[in-house]
Design a protein around this ligand. Sequence first.
Ligand SMILES: [Zn+2]
Ligand SMILES: [Zn+2]
Length: 561
Amino acid sequence: MSHPHPELSAPSELPKGGLRIYPLGGLGEVGRNMTVLEYDGRLLIVDCGVLFPEESHPGVDLILPDFDAIRDRLDQVEALVLTHGHEDHIGATPYLLRERGDIPLVGSELTLALLDSKLREHRLKETVHHKVKAGDRLTLGPYELEFVAVNHSIPDALAVAIRTGTSLVLHTGDFKMDQLPLDGRITDLRAFARLGEEGVDLFLTDSTNAEVPGFTTSEQNIAPVLDSVFSGSDQRIIVACFASHVHRVQQVLDTAVRHRRKVGYVGRSMVRNMGIAQDLGYLHVPPDVMVDAKDLADLAPERQVLISTGSQGEPMSALSRIAQRNHNFVHIEEGDTVILASSLIPGNENAVYKVINGLTRLGAKVVHKGNALVHVSGHASAGELLYAYNVVRPRNVLPVHGEFRHMKANADLARATGVENVVIAEDGVVVDLIEGVASIAGKVDCGYVFVDGSNIGDITESDLKDRRILGEEGFVSVIVVIDSVSGKVSSGPEIHARGFAEDDKAFDDIKQPIIDAIDRAIREGTDDTYQLQQVVRRVVGRWVNRELRRRPMIIPVVIEA
Ligand SMILES: [Zn+2]
Ligand SMILES: [Zn+2]
């Protein structure tokens, strides 16, 4: 990832009474949200999430925020505040706790419960938990926190107001303003207004849907659509959605009851998360509706509903395996219905369409947000953001959570309501709030940190470039042996190619030019095998590019014997 601000340098020392913001992830991408505040020598972290890799990150499992900027100062961290339980907000927490295991965690009941099951998977020991709910206040070092209910696509989400001796910051987390949410827990605009009256110096707001005009449709509007799809199906129904979308699952359960169907969960994270949500009372499971997914097949097809993971086309997920006919107990029959009750996260399009094609080929009818209202967003659209700005009337705004275009659209909305100072900062760009005015103060290093199997942070952009070249252009190895006495090629060149339509014989034409180039280089005084390898690489590279129109990875090996 190239840094967007080459002109910036490291920030100078923070003046007394100043508040510093380090965005370490999530500003410039949708994912790996992490914001660090510094005041009076103490740090407070808000969220610590992951970003899921795209096709341009072959072999990468996860992308983490870059902890480099605070790695030497982890002892100064007062706490990690988690606004809600989505992976892009809690997913990197185990990796942060590996670096300092006793960072206190602050979050709502459901958020901490989802996080705890993750920490157990990583075999991390319990740390101090501050379980909070809307309206609670909590003082940690120089920070006085107050939590505000917000409505989002997961229950129990919180905005956080942060008071220091000199300022009041309000961070929305992810939010929208559904006025009739399933659980009746609306975004608390009265609290937003009260904080606005007190004077919000800096307002950090969710940019995800800032480009979308109007208002995000209510979750309730999905129910009639589910009803009509259920009515139109006389076979099995499979619904895929996010494994954390408790209210979406609730709607499917309620619809299943109305249509006298039974429900089973497929996918490990769905079983786990819905178990947690049910135990804590966030999911209300009607009596006699749940069946173990494996036993569901004993019922008539028109009595079955499966709720599955894999709505983003993740290759190892239940739905992908069902679409490829290699799920161990779910097999699509002609006439089954599959509902993708989910968003399409940018970057996942190809994978999702592959799954839809696979399911359709097996005879399923696929219903998705492109052909029916089976999904609504979890984020505030432009109209809701305008309300938020008019209610809070902040002095300064820092758009967060979005690609650059989302943050720019959000900044324009803030300005349109009369906010005088709006700062757009991407990951690593440090923003200072000094005497009520926010401004860019410098930058810190903030790259992608890749998790690949058990390896964290050692895979670099250049390794990924190699993987992309290997994947797209193939590989050519050239082995040449040089007689150390005569200085002549004594064996080879032996050429092997992988990922080419042509067989190795196609490379016969280049063997003599390689020998000639080596002879010439040695006559001209080159005796270092590394330099001779570069000669071979250039000759082969030019030839392959000209004759085969390819730019493969070339591994030349020159041996003196
Ligand atoms: Zn979220
Ligand atoms: Zn998010």
